[in-house]
Design a protein around this ligand. Structure first.
Ligand code: GDP
Ligand code: MN
Length: 379
């Protein structure tokens, strides 16, 4: 789950990271009032969950409240990379001398969190990472020990940060690490962390990604979710406790078990098809869950066939088949349905499904071939 800049910065502030004064506004008029309150030059910042807002014209400086209102009105009508701007952050403008990059993420290859920093921060950090990766300093953090003081100093030295800022920089690194750890984040990033004209460090931008699988222990953070940016099918799936991720292909997949679901997608691709989704209905899913899953899959107009791949272990195949049948009676799919059932009582399950005009398959390869064929006939 992605957090907005204003949400990330509020979290950062709780961990002692200096952020500009400011508030979020949903209307141009509110933006004007905030600018009046702040009584300074302000920056109007679109709150959308994509990077590169500055380059897209979604970050503008305003000299006075009137200008703040005008710019906010403009920005609030914008679409940035397909996302509508619903809110703007109105922050006291910073006088920027230097822009630094500072971020923490997981380095999967090393199996540790990594803190990264660069003196060449700001809007071109992707280019820096690509063209001059040596300008990015990386230090791995032992998850059990946490970030150590010497490591923060190593980072400061690595980016040639002037000595006078080391203490403040180290505090910001520790704050960022604590925020990252406490929130179960997968990314906590400040870009840019600026040195202001009056020689202070200030987090001008903020970004956090949170691990969805850990959100259950952060109800306060879960509430921050912006439903605007998520596919409605994913929201619906969450209600039923289904793990669902929408993809761009045309073969809908309904599978029990995450590993089996991944394999199913791989095999579909191997036989020249494209999965429309990842979906794990979980073990022992009853017919209501199966029906919800089927509805969600079929709500995608790209779906031209559905592949059901069920391994009956504890759940008996005939039970699954009955669930599928009652789900089909409710949802009435108009696309070919291919099923592969194996495991306990598979024979009985297949017999039930064959009666319902479903295409049955003996093996997953057979099912994938049939699904790919059904899609090409159905185009
Ligand atoms: P992003 O483009 O989505 O990463 O948005 P940022 O918040 O990082 O802003 C982009 C750029 O706008 C920054 O790198 C700064 O150069 C500039 N910027 C942002 N806030 C301020 C500010 O308060 N004062 C000034 N002068 N520039 C700012
Ligand atoms: Mn930024």
């Amino acid at each position: 789950m992605k957090l907005h800049e204003y949400q990330s910065k509020q979290i950062f502030a709780k961990y002692g990271i200096p952020i500009p004064k400011g508030r979020v506004a949903a209307t141009a008029n509110e933006a004007k009032h905030i600018a009046e309150e702040l009584g300074s030059r302000v920056v109007i910042k679109s709150q959308v969950l994509v990077g590169g807002r500055g380059k897209a014209g979604g970050i503008r400086l305003a000299k006075n409240p009137q200008e703040a209102e005008d710019l906010a009105a403009q920005i609030l009508t914008m679409d940035i990379k397909g996302l509508p701007v619903r809110k703007v952050l109105v922050d006291e403008a910073a006088n920027i001398d230097k822009e630094i990059y500072l971020g923490i993420t997981n380095d999967r290859a090393v199996r540790k969190p990594v803190i990264m920093s660069s003196a060449a921060g700001g809007v071109d950090i992707e280019e820096v990472a690509h063209l001059t990766p040596e300008k990015i300093v990386k230090v791995h953090i032992d998850p059990l020990l946490g970030l150590r003081d010497y490591q923060a100093r190593d980072v400061a030295a690595g980016i040639d940060l002037p000595r006078e800022h080391w203490r403040a920089f180290s505090q910001i690194c520790h704050g960022l690490w604590k925020a990252y750890e406490d929130c179960d984040a997968t990314l906590a990033e400040i870009n840019p962390l600026v040195i202001t004209a009056d020689n202070h460090l200030l987090a001008v931008d903020g970004k956090m990604l949170l691990d969805d699988n850990a959100l259950y222990r952060h109800p306060d953070l879960a509430e921050m979710r912006d439903l605007d940016v998520e596919a409605s099918s994913e929201i619906e799936a969450r209600k039923y406790g289904l793990s669902f991720i929408k993809l761009d292909g045309n073969i809908g997949c309904m599978v029990n078990g995450a590993g089996l679901a991944m394999t199913t997608m791989d095999i579909i691709k191997l036989y020249g098809g494209e999965p429309a989704n990842f979906l794990d209905i979980g073990g022992g899913a009853g017919s209501d869950k199966v029906a919800a899953a089927l509805r969600i899959i079929l709500s995608d107009p790209n779906v031209k066939a559905v592949l059901l791949n069920v391994f009956g272990g504890i759940t008996r195949c005939d039970e699954v088949a009955r669930g599928i049948l009652s789900a089909m009676a409710e949802v009435k799919p108009k696309v070919p349905m291919i099923t592969r059932l194996v495991g306990t009582n598979a024979e009985e399950g297949r017999r039930l499904l064959a009666v319902a005009q479903m295409i049955t398959a003996e093996t997953l390869i057979d099912a994938a071939r049939k699904a790919v064929a059904a899609v090409s006939n159905n185009q």
